[in-house]
Design a protein around this ligand. Structure first.
Ligand code: ARG
Length: 258
């Protein structure tokens, strides 16, 4: 995770960002701290990367890399405002003894690459490109399933779909995907939780699950109820300040799978 010390909304690279809306950095830091404490309370270890001035979106660690079996695929950001985050994250992993590979094309890490038990789900349409999907398949040896995103509000796969593990497998918002991708999702995850628009609109699908406990935005009440109904335990957190940049709990979290 990366503390939002230099958090701001001073450019626009997704429809959530409006530089005329004031951002309360202290509040963002407090909300982020609660998220980190929530992970610790649930038994996770939280590693921190040093924030860099001038990189306000660096708090969204999920985009910094993709880590599977201790191997790290670096990121290459679509927009110049975030370019420098790629090497910053990759260097962190190299310094900490991980095997790393640089991205060869636009790749926004675990914003668009989500690991399930059997597949690596890979979003495209707004950020990560198809060549990055091939690179990820070759590097990790996991079957990549390309999914086409169609709604600019849900510009990263992790805003439209959550990997839950457990009985449902995933939760997703069908209308965020192309018709073909919807069919693919229906085939692969027949028991999925189908999210409602109002929950996706508060970034409810930007969640982190350990297979049972699901950390999600507290505002996503309908999704929390659906999760409970299916035997999961929703753990609500408030990241309303970070949502002004288009991010939620999952965006603030890069899972280090060693
Ligand atoms: N402002 C950031 C961007 O548009 C938000 C990134 C959110 N991260 C995520 N994993 N969805 O790139």
């Amino acid at each position: 995770m990366c503390r939002p010390t230099y958090f701001a909304v001073d450019y626009v690279i997704n429809p959530w960002m409006d530089p005329s809306t004031p951002v309360d950095v202290d509040r963002a830091i407090a909300q982020w701290t609660t998220l980190a404490d929530t992970y610790r309370r649930l038994g996770h270890t939280v590693e921190l990367i040093e924030p860099i001035p001038g990189l306000p979106d660096m708090v969204f660690a999920a985009n910094g890399a993709t880590v599977i079996d201790g191997t790290v695929l670096g990121s290459q950001f679509r927009y110049p405002e975030r370019t420098e985050e790629g090497p910053a994250y990759l260097n962190w992993f190299a310094r900490n003894g991980f095997v790393t590979q640089e991205a060869k094309s636009t790749n926004e890490g675990e914003g668009d690459l989500l690991l399930t038990e059997r597949y690596l789900l890979a979003g495209t349409g707004f950020r990560t490109d198809l060549d990055a999907h091939s690179q990820a398949q070759e590097l990790f040896g996991r079957p990549v399933i390309t999914l086409q995103l169609v709604d600019p509000r849900f510009y990263h796969l992790d805003t439209a779909l959550t990997v839950l593990g457990g009985p449902a497998g995933v939760a997703y918002l069908p209308q965020a995907f192309s018709a073909g991708s919807r069919k693919v999702l229906r085939q692969l995850f027949p028991d999925a939780i189908i999210a409602r628009e109002e929950d996706a609109a508060v970034l409810g699908l930007n969640a982190v699950s350990d297979g049972h406990r699901v950390v999600l935005p507290v505002q996503a009440r309908g999704l929390a109820a659906q999760l409970t109904e299916r035997g999961y335990q929703p753990v609500g957190v408030d990241l309303s300040e970070l949502r002004k940049a288009g991010g939620g709990p999952k965006c603030c979290t890069l899972e280090v799978r060693d």
